[in-house]
Design a protein around this ligand. Structure first.
Ligand SMILES: [Zn+2]
Length: 239
C-alpha cells in the first residue's frame, strides 16, 4: 500500500500513522453531484478505507459541465452506479458501498458506524434530516454548499460546535443551481476544501472549521471566516 501513498507518507503531517488512520476510516458522502464528485475522487485517492455513496439521480447532459465523475457515455445511468465504477478504477483497495436511493434517514446502513459524513446534498430537507440523525448518532459532518460563484464550508461536531440549524435558518429560501446557475469550477473549489477538512480530521492533523463558516466568493477572490455559535435546540441538548 505504501508505494501508492508515498507522497502522503513523505508529508510530515500525515506520515505512516496518518495514512494508517485514513485506511481505517469510514465515510459517507451524501449526494453525488458537483460537490460529491470532487469529494469522492479525492477521498478515494487518499485511501480512506470505506466510502459509502448515496444518490438516486440519473446523469443528465447539463451535469457534465461540473460533475467530473461522469462522461458523455454515462448519460441516463444512475450516478451511484457510475460513481462506484469510476471510484474503484482509481483505487480498488477502497471499499465502495453504493446506495442508489434518496437519503431519507430510514436506511440504517447508510450512516451506521461511519466516522464522518460529508454533506454534498443539494436540498435543505435532506440537510436538516442529516443534521438531526448525525446529532443522534454522534457523527461529525463536513457541511458544504455552493451556487452561482459562491459557497461555504463548516465542520460540525455534535456536542462541540454549532450545527446546520444554527448556520441555516429552517425557513431559508433555498437557492439552487437550477434557478440561478453555477460557475462550473465552484463545486470543485468547495468540494476540495470539504475533502481537505475530512482528510485532516481522519488523519489527525491541522485545524478544522469548527464554529467557523468559511465563506468563499470566487468572482472577487474573497475567503471570509465567519464565527458561528451553537444557538438552536438541537445544539443546546448536546452541549
Ligand atoms: Zn444548532
Amino acid at each position: 500500500m505504501f508505494m501508492r501513498y508515498d507522497r502522503h507518507i513523505l508529508f510530515d503531517k500525515i506520515g505512516d500513522k496518518g495514512q494508517e488512520k485514513l485506511k481505517k476510516s469510514k465515510v459517507t458522502i451524501i449526494g453525488l453531484g458537483g460537490l460529491g464528485s470532487s469529494v469522492s475522487l479525492y477521498l478515494v485517492g487518499a485511501g480512506v478505507g470505506e466510502i459509502r455513496i448515496i444518490d438516486n439521480d440519473k446523469i443528465d447532459i447539463h451535469n457534465l459541465q461540473r460533475q467530473i465523475l461522469y462522461t458523455e457515455g454515462d448519460i441516463g445511468k444512475f450516478k451511484a452506479d457510475v460513481a462506484e465504477k469510476r471510484l474503484s478504477k482509481t483505487n480498488k483497495k477502497v471499499k465502495i458501498i453504493k446506495f442508489r436511493e434518496k437519503f431519507d434517514g430510514k436506511n440504517n446502513a447508510v450512516l451506521e458506524g461511519v466516522d464522518l459524513v460529508i454533506d454534498c446534498t443539494d436540498n435543505l430537507k435532506s440537510r436538516f434530516l442529516m443534521n438531526k440523525i448525525c446529532f443522534e448518532k454522534n457523527i461529525p459532518i463536513v457541511h458544504g454548499a455552493v451556487v452561482a460563484d459562491y459557497g461555504w464550508i463548516s465542520f460540525i461536531k455534535p456536542g462541540e460546535t454549532a450545527c446546520l440549524k444554527c448556520i441555516i435558518p429552517e425557513k431559508a429560501k433555498p437557492t439552487s443551481s437550477s434557478e440561478i446557475g453555477i460557475l462550473n469550477s465552484a463545486p470543485g473549489v468547495i468540494g476540495t476544501i470539504q475533502a481537505t477538512e475530512a482528510i485532516k480530521y481522519l488523519a489527525g492533523f491541522g485545524e478544522n472549521l469548527k464554529n467557523i463558516l468559511l465563506f468563499v466568493e470566487l468572482s472577487n477572490n474573497r475567503f471570509n471566516k465567519i464565527k458561528i455559535k451553537p444557538n438552536c435546540e438541537i445544539c443546546s441538548s448536546h452541549l
